[in-house]
Design a protein around this ligand. Structure first.
Ligand code: SF4
Length: 229
């Protein structure tokens, strides 16, 4: 496990002293998981299909709309489809479906006083290797994936778009996208891996997250078309 270095966005203080179950905190994105949340996987409250990985170097948008490049990977609970709402938030009941076993950040969050949340966020973040058996071959596949299409490589290639050989930069970006895009269905077919756990093992698809680098990808036939976002 590593120490989380994600910057807590400043949230305005609110004029209350207790939770009124407005649900706002649960609709702003699921929590990042910390070392003490590992038990939620061993006792079956969470499974790998419920979470996704933010990979090292990934650009993420904070709730105050600023961007952050994360320096170490983190694991977060998934949202509901395209929405930021945590997958465990029940809109009809304004309630958390796993309230008794909610993760550390959720237990600490008091929107009227963020000190507790800041303390939890300063603790160690869970990483993929904390949730995978050390002998599991998928660790080597994750390593290869990072070597072939890590965010540092993507960032470098995107910067080269403004350089002397933009066509080569485009080709390199497309290579990264193709590797990431082919790996997931390949593993689902060959190793019978559940498609829903791919975002835990390999992070969100590059063809989606590349938007944070100012680029857009369209799928055309068997290939990709790269445009400015
Ligand atoms: S786990 Fe529960 S408390 Fe935490 S963000 Fe999701 S719905 Fe809200």
């Amino acid at each position: 496990m590593i120490k989380c270095n994600y910057t807590l966005p400043e949230v305005g203080e609110v004029s209350r002293t207790h939770c009124i179950r407005c649900g706002t905190c649960c609709t702003k994105g699921g929590p990042t998981l910390h070392d003490e949340d590992a038990v939620l996987f061993s006792n079956g409250v969470l499974n790998k299909a419920d979470v996704y990985t933010l990979r090292k170097g990934e650009v993420v948008r904070n709730i105050d709309d600023t961007l952050t490049v994360i320096e170490q990977e983190m694991i977060k609970i998934k949202g509901q489809g395209e929405s930021w709402s945590c997958m465990f938030y029940d809109d009809d009941e304004n309630a958390c479906k796993i309230y008794q076993n909610r993760p550390a950040e959720c237990r600490a969050l008091q929107c009227w006083a963020l000190k507790g949340l800041k303390e939890v966020m300063a603790r160690l973040c869970l990483q993929r290797k904390d949730l995978i058996n050390p002998g599991d071959g998928v660790l080597r596949i994750i390593e290869a994936h990072e070597e072939k299409c890590g965010y540092a490589m993507l960032d470098l290639a995107v910067r080269r778009l403004e350089g002397a050989d933009p066509e080569k930069a485009v080709e390199d970006i497309l290579d990264l996208l193709r590797y990431d895009d082919h790996l997931r269905p390949f593993l689902a077919e060959k190793l019978k891996m559940d498609p829903d756990v791919m975002d835990f093992f390999f992070g969100r698809p590059l063809k989606t997250t590349i938007r944070m680098h100012g680029l857009c990808v369209k799928e055309e036939g068997d290939g990709f078309l790269l445009t400015k976002a």
